[in-house]
Design a protein around this ligand. Structure first.
Ligand SMILES: [Zn+2]
Length: 85
């Protein structure tokens, strides 16, 4: 059995390997590509990043009251991912 996590965007459960892990760390956020970082994390499909922001699911999951910085960070991440594809 593969580990299952819930996407904070669409709320669907899925295998960890289909989800990105975002970890809140030192007032910032890290995209945990190895999925090995400790700390408070949120799982989200790459295509659900915007949805997760809109629904505040990420903010809730990461416990960050500064949603603006999270949004900025995420936009950059999404942009980076789009650039590399
Ligand atoms: Zn999703």
């Amino acid at each position: 059995m593969e580990p299952i996590r819930t996407c904070v965007g669409c709320r669907q459960r899925d295998s960890m390997k289909h989800l990105l892990k975002i970890v809140s760390m030192d007032q910032s956020f890290v995209l945990d590509q190895q999925r090995k970082l400790a700390g408070r994390g949120a799982w989200v499909h790459e295509q659900c990043l915007q949805l997760a922001l809109d629904r505040k699911g990420l903010v809730r999951a990461l416990g960050d009251s500064n949603s603006e910085s999270l949004e900025t960070w995420l936009r950059n991440q999404a942009q980076n991912m789009a650039d590399t594809q």
